[in-house]
Design a protein around this ligand. Structure first.
Ligand SMILES: Nc1ncnc2c1ncn2[C@@H]1O[C@H](COP(=O)(O)OP(=O)(O)OP(=O)(O)O)[C@@H](O)[C@H]1O
Length: 282
């Protein structure tokens, strides 16, 4: 991953004047401008069909823009297959459904696929695979057949495979979708660990409350960028949420109520879990 850098430095990824549409359909994006700050979590929110997956795939080089550019570390991605392959290596996409990503017989084989295919020597590849398995708590499952794992475990294996590529940016399509509440918290804890290590994460979600409590920045999209900025500001704006066809979050309403009741001082962070809220009200 990139070394630890503070949010607010030059963007690690940017799109400029980007246009993309699927065959025989109106463009999903036209003139799209977006920057992904280095370090921290950018959550991409929008309604069903709004273009979240399409944007993530454009950022990760698995779709090519019809017009405009993607820049990594300020450098435009070269046109053509080699440019796209370079982008895919530096920006790793983790699909929403792990079964779209996993195809090897065992967990270790699957996580090894990227590093081995990249031509790394065996020792370096094994080191990366061991590191990724450890980061995801999968050491005990390394030799298990992938198809015998639970959905949540398969999601972790897919993430480990991306991590083993040591990308500059991890792009995760709905990483918490389909997980039970404990699975969601475990996934967030893992992603928090990566963030603390300096990773840049781009995460799509429909969950406004999750983005409010967890992401530093958000991009609201619905066939174009509606707003981008600090999660606490954008997601407290009911008009913006309504324009993005999203329901208001509980978080901002709770925060407003606590401040009005004098239970939260100026500059004090609002609670981000039910337990923290309960402690504040005790
Ligand atoms: N392979 C494809 N071929 C044609 N149209 C597509 C394809 N994939 C997506 N679309 C269309 O592009 C638009 C954006 O879809 P996309 O999957 O990016 O939205 P999304 O925000 O990720 O949706 P969801 O929240 O339902 O996953 C939609 O109108 C969708 O029907």
């Amino acid at each position: 991953m990139t070394p630890a850098t503070a949010t607010g430095t030059a963007p690690v990824l940017a799109v400029r004047d980007l246009e993309f549409g699927y065959a025989d359909a109106p463009p999903v994006f036209r003139g799209l401008e977006l920057e992904v700050p280095t370090g921290g979590v950018l959550a991409v929110l929008g309604p069903n069909g709004g273009g979240k997956t399409t944007l993530l795939r454009l950022l990760a080089g698995s779709l090519a823009p019809k017009r405009g550019r993607v820049l990594v570390d300020g450098e435009p991605v070269r046109p053509g297959r080699r440019g796209a392959a370079d982008l895919r290596r530096r920006v790793q996409l983790v699909f929403q459904d792990p079964d779209d990503q996993l195809f090897s017989a065992s967990v270790r084989q699957d996580v090894s696929f990227g590093p081995v295919n990249q031509g790394l020597d065996r020792r370096e590849a094994a080191e990366r695979v061991d590191g990724a398995l450890a980061a995801l708590g999968l050491e005990g499952l390394a030799d298990r057949p992938v198809h015998l794992l639970s959905y949540g475990q398969r999601k972790r294996v897919a993430l480990a495979g991306a991590l083993a590529m040591r990308p500059s940016v991890l792009v995760l399509d709905e990483p918490t979708a389909g997980l039970d509440p404990m699975g969601v918290e475990a996934m967030l804890e893992t992603l928090d660990g990566l963030r603390a290590g300096g990773a840049t994460l781009v995460v799509s979600t429909h969950d406004v409350d999750l983005a409010y409590r967890w992401a530093e920045r958000v991009a609201l999209i619905d066939h174009g960028l509606l707003a981008e900025g600090a999660a606490r500001r954008v997601l407290a704006d009911r008009d913006l949420l309504s324009a993005a066809r999203l329901r208001p979050a509980w978080g901002p309403a709770v925060e407003r109520t606590l401040r009005k009741a004098g239970l939260l001082a100026e500059g004090e962070e609002p609670p981000s879990t039910p337990e923290e809220l309960a402690a504040l009200l005790r």
